[in-house]
Design a protein around this ligand. Sequence first.
Ligand SMILES: Cc1cc2nc3c(=O)[nH]c(=O)nc-3n(C[C@H](O)[C@H](O)[C@H](O)COP(=O)(O)OP(=O)(O)OC[C@H]3O[C@@H](n4cnc5c(N)ncnc54)[C@H](O)[C@@H]3O)c2cc1C
Length: 279
Amino acid sequence: MAKHGVIIGAGPAGCSAAMTLRMRNIDATILSWGEGALCKARRVDNYPGLPEMSGAEMNAVFRRQAEGMGAVFKSALARYVQKTRRGFTVLAGEEMLSCDTVILCSGIGRISRLAGEDALVGQGVSYCATCDGMLYRGGSVAVIAQDGSFEEDVRFLQGICRVDYYMEKPHDAPGGVTVHSDRPQALRAEGGRVTVIAGQEEASYDCVFILRPAVALSMLLPGLEMNGEAVRVDENMATSVPGVFAAGDIVGAPYQAARAVGQGNTAALAAARYLSDNA
Ligand SMILES: Cc1cc2nc3c(=O)[nH]c(=O)nc-3n(C[C@H](O)[C@H](O)[C@H](O)COP(=O)(O)OP(=O)(O)OC[C@H]3O[C@@H](n4cnc5c(N)ncnc54)[C@H](O)[C@@H]3O)c2cc1C
């Protein structure tokens, strides 16, 4: 049976990694959630062979080529990567994907956290309604959403608990939730519950679900070694977790499309070698 690699990120690094996995007859699933850095570039002049293109056009060319080679693109936020006895599972949106190797190509994630948030993760703060929602059935929870892309998660929570809704950035809230108009600033633990502080208001909940269209690497893959803000890799783009590779902006500067493509290729070749060495 063909091996399967999950690539997190559909920018130049991820598309390049997918093409090389396919060249080695490895199934490739690419996850993306929103636009990466390349799609924001008005014009890219230093990428060989594709002159006078916008970044979005260039990314679309990369994607079409990878799709043409059999890579499967899924629009889903990768929330969690877990090592299993035989490989990995990746929680992608609501779906669990099993795979033999993972290549992280998720670019630079700039995530601002609330005061008090880090200390409460797993202790009344969750990033995943699907994973933890049922633990709070019949209770009261807060959703802190950065944008309106989490309607499905909110609907699910509404079906099992009372939901208060806070926004990190202004957007249309889903119907049927109690919306708090002030932006949340901080979280505090209080008697087994978590208090949300927003403007002059304070309210306590059994759990606070923080839903953002990006996931901090420390949450995505706990234990991944870092070099400051960048994922630590060796010359083959292998991370500190065996079977997990990384490429592109996620491994640090200089942030360049051509470099990301080269690193995606190196990471996929190393992943293929890892799979044949561990067959
Ligand atoms: C305005 C601007 C102009 C630029 N101009 C140039 C230029 O002229 N020349 C040049 O060489 N470089 C340029 N760059 C830099 C270049 O765009 C980056 O170096 C390159 O895009 C990095 O590629 P990447 O694949 O690592 O990440 P990105 O292109 O950032 O792609 C990241 C991918 O990860 C996905 N993702 C992130 N988190 C998750 C998650 N949890 N689950 C699922 N998917 C996720 C995103 O959806 C995206 O598909 C520019 C960048 C910017 C912002």
